[in-house]
Design a protein around this ligand. Structure first.
Ligand code: ZN
Length: 200
């Protein structure tokens, strides 16, 4: 505890950031007050603006300043492909790592009834309505290979089936450059089950 209540409040507020505990928050607070007040003002300003102005796209639910995000509004993107991801940061990862040219749907979470995350919270009614438009031909399920991600994938597959849309799942398995003997059993079993036909 410092002698300034305002400083204590600042340290406390900084702890809302992921990975920032009491010590780190304290170091950050002292740092900006000692050395970078201009930077801190800019950060405060950007934070306030971002929190106030960035909402969610009404079509895909990703972060957007406009009612419809730039990607949903882009006519160059293939409307027949819809990739479902858990979070906007997963969307960014797919976008940066692959040459995917379709569209996205962002769940903003994963199925987890104990945490209050059910079909409604994941926007699955919006997704079902989207599939009912008959524009999407393939639903690419890109949820994470965790227990909750797999449960979510199962539900998404059911929704796709009801709408007569083909559902595909990302392949999970052996990492590039990896060696079989060092891969955990679950990953190897998953990769083995998901083996594909070799073509020449
Ligand atoms: Zn969008």
């Amino acid at each position: 505890m410092s002698s300034s209540p305002l400083l204590n409040d600042l340290i406390d507020a900084l702890r809302c950031l992921p990975g920032v505990g009491a010590k780190t928050a304290q170091r950050m607070a002292f740092h900006v007050l000692e050395r970078d007040r201009a930077g801190a003002k800019k950060l405060a300003d950007r934070l306030a603006t971002a929190v106030e102005r960035i909402g969610n796209c009404s079509r895909c639910r990703t972060f957007s300043e406009d009612p419809i995000c730039a990607l949903c509004a882009n006519p160059q993107r293939d409307a027949q492909l819809l990739c479902v991801v858990e979070t906007p940061v997963d969307q960014l990862a797919v976008e940066q790592a692959t040459g995917y040219r379709g569209r996205y749907f962002v769940l903003l979470g994963r199925l987890s009834p104990l945490d209050g995350m059910g079909p409604k919270e994941l926007g699955l009614d919006l997704l079902a309505a989207r599939l009912a438009e008959n524009e999407v031909h393939e639903l690419i399920v890109a949820t994470n290979p965790t227990v909750e991600g797999e449960a979510t994938a199962h539900l998404l597959t059911q929704i796709a089936r009801q709408a007569n849309v083909r559902a595909t799942r990302l392949a999970h398995g052996v990492p590039l450059g990896g060696e079989l003997e060092f891969i955990d059993r679950g990953t190897l079993a998953h990769a083995f089950a998901g083996r594909q036909l070799l073509s020449d």
